[in-house]
Design a protein around this ligand. Structure first.
Ligand code: SF4
Length: 326
């Protein structure tokens, strides 16, 4: 019988690697895809795919993903991770690629009962419902335990060849990894910043202040973050690498730093031009993290490559600085 083609959601985690390898071994053509956002970047997955001889497709979905993040029907996990909606979205997006990529159905490495929130049977059903392609999904690692979908009913996939893994243990998966010669993989949930406490706090701050944009999100990975007022926030580099990243990201934002003294860079983020009062407050905070100066110093500010304005400023008290921290 002619083997069909499937699109596989690929995260770089062991289960997604196993699903690809397992279906390939059965003779299916598998097209693994990674849907990239600034919250889950493709770098690691690409590396892991390459190490394991997998040609990974990467598709940027940031714009389409934002509404899912902002208003998930099934809510968030521990942090700002809308896992059920996120999975549903990924399947839905993969479903839209079926025709273009000449594939027949979708697979994923989900294992029944493996993770408390996203992979219980009811959660898997919710994912299926949200995906709008529920009937086209096959989960090879657990499919023997799940309801038959179109690829099984039509005989494109032989249910008897599927697996019946369930639960949180990893024994069977590790055994299969050895069998398939899998050399490296990402830890479960690893790589998604939406599961990180600190990152989620910063992102939530952007959401509640209606400051979500790709540019603002890119700053979230670096430095210390401060909310100065409803419209204005500040990012301060913690070390040389942070300063370098921040400097590269800064475009029209106002940059603040001590004159002729090494130390942190501050980036003021506001949709508009910051007021002198806001710049002075930012400068005071930046100075607080500069150990090379005493209680006051000259601070230069302006756009990234032209810090033409100079003000003399005092360090802000530590307790006061803490009040602004996000
Ligand atoms: S961990 Fe992140 S990428 Fe994975 S399902 Fe949850 S929100 Fe989506």
């Amino acid at each position: 019988m002619k083997k069909r083609t499937c699109i596989s959601l690929f995260s770089g985690g062991l289960d997604s690697l196993l699903a690809v390898k397992f279906m390939e071994k059965l003779g299916y053509k598998v097209i693994p895809v990674f849907f990239e956002t600034p919250f889950f970047e493709a770098g690691n997955a690409l590396e892991i795919a390459k190490l394991n001889g997998i040609a990974l497709q990467v598709v940027d979905v940031f714009e389409e993903y934002l509404p899912v993040l902002q208003n998930p029907r099934y809510g968030y996990g521990k942090n700002l991770n809308p896992c059920i909606d996120c999975h549903g979205f990924m399947f839905r997006t993969a479903g839209k690629l079926l025709e273009e990529w000449q594939a027949d159905f979708l697979i994923s490495g989900e294992v029944l009962g493996q993770r408390p929130m996203s992979q219980r049977k009811d959660a898997m059903n919710a994912v299926g419902k949200l995906s709008e392609v529920k009937d086209l999904l096959v989960r090879p690692l657990s499919q023997k335990l799940l309801a038959d979908t179109l690829p099984i009913r039509e005989g494109w996939v032989d249910k008897n060849e599927m697996l019946s893994i369930q639960g949180r243990g990893r024994h069977r998966q590790l055994e299969l990894a050895r069998e398939f010669g899998i050399v490296d993989f990402q830890s479960p949930g690893g790589g998604c910043k939406l599961t990180d406490v600190k990152y989620s706090r910063r992102l939530r701050d952007l959401l509640t202040h209606s400051q979500i944009s790709l540019a603002n999100i890119r700053f979230l990975k670096y430095g210390r973050h401060f909310r100065l007022n409803e419209q204005t926030k500040l990012v301060v580099g913690r070390h040389k690498q942070d300063n370098e990243h921040l400097s590269l990201l800064a475009d029209t934002e106002i940059v603040v730093r001590a004159v002729n003294i090494h130390g942190p860079l501050g980036i003021i983020i506001k949709g508009d031009i910051p007021t002198l009062e806001e710049i002075m407050l930012a400068a005071q905070i930046v100075l607080r993290y500069n150990n090379s100066v005493g209680s006051e110093a000259d601070i230069a500010w302006g756009e990234n490559f032209s810090l033409n304005n100079i003000i003399r400023i005092n360090k802000l008290d530590e307790e006061k600085v803490a009040e602004f921290m996000i």
